[in-house]
Design a protein around this ligand. Sequence first.
Ligand SMILES: [Zn+2]
Ligand SMILES: [Zn+2]
Length: 299
Amino acid sequence: MLAELKPQTKFLVYDLVSQAGVDTSDWANYARPTVPASNPKYCYNWSFEGVDRAVVCLWFAEMKHEGGVTFQCLNYREIAASRRHWNASQRKRAAGMDHAIQLSRNRRLPIRVIVVDGSRRSDADDESRSHVERRTLDPEPWHVAAYDDDGNCRLQRGPWPPPAETFTPVEIAAAGSFAEGAKVEITAQIRERCQRLRELARAHFAKRSIDGRLHCAVCDWAPPPSFALTGPIVEIHHGLGIGEYPADGRALTFEEAIQHLTPLCPNCHRIAHAKPGGGTFTLDELKRGVKSSVSTTAV
Ligand SMILES: [Zn+2]
Ligand SMILES: [Zn+2]
């Protein structure tokens, strides 16, 4: 079974990535005179992310075939973090591998595998280099069969299995129908936040940031710059409770007011207000909590 995957020819990475259905038009954007196929920004990478698929390079020698399935177990997150003797671009490639695998897992994207064969760089020896002698594209897609919190993963040959059932047809029938979209009238007294202050705060925090854009103070997210939007997505969080203000409000100078304002992306803002028992999480609490949920390792 495995023998049929053993590459017999050395095809170009560029050709195999194109063949796998990932757009390679950007490879032509290179300052020095060169052919797109040898653009060093791409051709040495071990993984490539397309809109609806990922492409990863896997060593043939590390593939296994057991119980009727072909698979490979790997942990490029650990490799990126632990091989301090590797140079920065190699660790970046390892982190990129892990990113492509996580992306495939999160979005159930098919993985196309470039099977490589040759001599692999040893884990410990600083001087040795990997040398690819043969390289082909597996015509079958692969999927992520397992991925744990530590980045240990198992890639398996074959398409993604259908997603798990959530509700049985009986449960769906029992849930009946849902009325949505009816008009209702509401009357409520709300505390007004000053819109002008919010706008000034947005401009203040954007001016302070490195790229002039408004970023979330917790996770650093900012909307994609090239994307036309109807309005700002990053929100201004008021750290000062207004419940206890007098009914006609309270006048604050800009310097006083800005102390209590924080730019937050909608996700972090939602979390800020989801503190059990009421109140809001502090900025430090948010930063600690959000950081621990990020699993990729920066190199
Ligand atoms: Zn955020
Ligand atoms: Zn808020």
